[in-house]
Design a protein around this ligand. Structure first.
Ligand code: ZN
Length: 182
């Protein structure tokens, strides 16, 4: 294999489009995200489904505060549940659907779990590792690559986050609610 160039030709790949299953599961991920928001967690939801059949294998939402666990992101919970359901850590035949662009930790997990497809809703300009800050899942130096499908029901996913932070700011108005650590 020839050595990879230092500047990665990320954008030369053809566009990948969402399927009906992606939309279906994104709606479920939105429900999960809303549930997280109602619990005071940042509203992010995720589903892992079997790509061919559409069968749900795992799902989850953000539980960072409640579990007091910095790793309790929606994707991680859904991926672990799916691996347990499948009985294998390899999820090549699966699709991860998540409302917010995965962070570097979750993008690393996507690579480690060998996920076949990744679909996300809205971008995360502060922490996104699937296009915003980096393209971790498409790095040719890693041993597994997946090109995410971005922007699926993105407006609804972003709206949920915006409303959550807005109401949180209102609750703590005057309290100097500064940078929101999403
Ligand atoms: Zn994450």
């Amino acid at each position: 294999m020839p050595p990879e160039p230092p500047h990665l030709p990320h954008l030369s790949r053809p566009p990948v489009t969402a399927t009906d299953y992606d939309l279906l599961h994104m709606r479920r991920a939105l429900d999960l995200a809303a549930r997280a928001g109602a619990m005071g967690e940042i509203p992010v939801g995720a589903v892992v489904y079997e790509t061919a059949s559409g069968r749900t294998l795992g799902e989850g939402h953000n539980l960072r505060h409640i579990n007091k666990d910095p790793a309790a992101h929606a994707e991680l919970i859904a991926i672990r549940a799916a691996a347990a359901a499948v009985g294998d850590w390899r999820l090549n035949h699966c699709t991860l659907v998540v409302t917010l662009e995965p962070c570097p930790m979750c993008a690393g997990l996507i690579v480690n779990a060998r996920l076949g497809r990744v679909v996300f809703g809205c971008p995360d300009p502060k922490a996104g590792a699937c296009g915003s800050l980096m393209r971790l899942t498409e790095d040719p130096r890693l041993n597994h690559r997946v090109t995410p499908v971005a922007g699926v029901l993105g407006d609804q996913c972003a709206m949920l986050l915006r409303n959550f932070f807005k109401s949180r700011r209102l609750e703590s108005r005057g309290g100097g609610a500064g940078a929101v650590d999403a």
